[in-house]
Write a protein of this length. Sequence first.
Length: 291
Amino acid sequence: MNNHQGFYALHPAVSFIYYVGLFSLSMLFLHPYFLITALISVVLLNIFHDRGKKLRKGLFFYIFIGIVILIINPLFSHRGATILFYFLDQPITLESIMYGFLIMLSILTILIAFLSFNFTISEDKFMYLFSSFAPKTTLLIMMTFRFVPLLKRRLMEITVVQKANGISVMSGALKQRAKAGISLLHILLTWSLEDAIQTADSMKARGYGLGKRSSFYTYRFYNQDIFLLIWLSVLLIVLFIIALFGQGSLEIYPQLEALQMSRIEYTAFGLFFLFLFTPHIIEGRELLRWH
């Protein structure tokens, strides 16, 4: 956590509304100007959070995913009136390339936004928001979120221990490495199942799910939280209405339209910009205050 309060310290409901809007708008407004702006905003947000450490750690993965999406769509989709060239006797169209580019921007924005989401909305905040009226569903979602990182961490621990015993999937004959891999997976599954049984027994002993769940953390709405909740909600509703009328999305098929936006789309872009960069204004203000 940074040495200033900023966006992280707001009420969980405010942060949740922002990220719901960010994920939704990144899928609704399929236009280069909108999506490039959204991608820049989530990158800057991660830099505010932890100086971009997690983003840099997964940078190769994001670049790989982006390139794959950008290449695959033109190869498998040949829709569009503007044929640029032929590859293996199949037409590669400008429209399919542009659509792949927009989908790439949308997916990268959502993936990188999840880094910021995990930093801002912790497990305790998520449980606080939803466990009072949907405790089982909330618990299931939280277990799903932590399942992959937990298995990855345990597998690394098992690998280190087994390597000390001379069992490794990185050396030896193919049969030996396969046997070592099966052994590692067997230990991982056994450990995970035993831990799941212990967790279930512990929760049952404490009466989880029998009544309304209380929370260790209590979050209060302050004036800033109320103002930002109203501000983000109004912007989000207006943007949803604009998107429902088909504004803010580039018409790609059958022929790519010009990138020039209409007056309503410029208005939508301005509102979109204000919504996306509200946390940045808060973080920037706190940085100036602390320095």
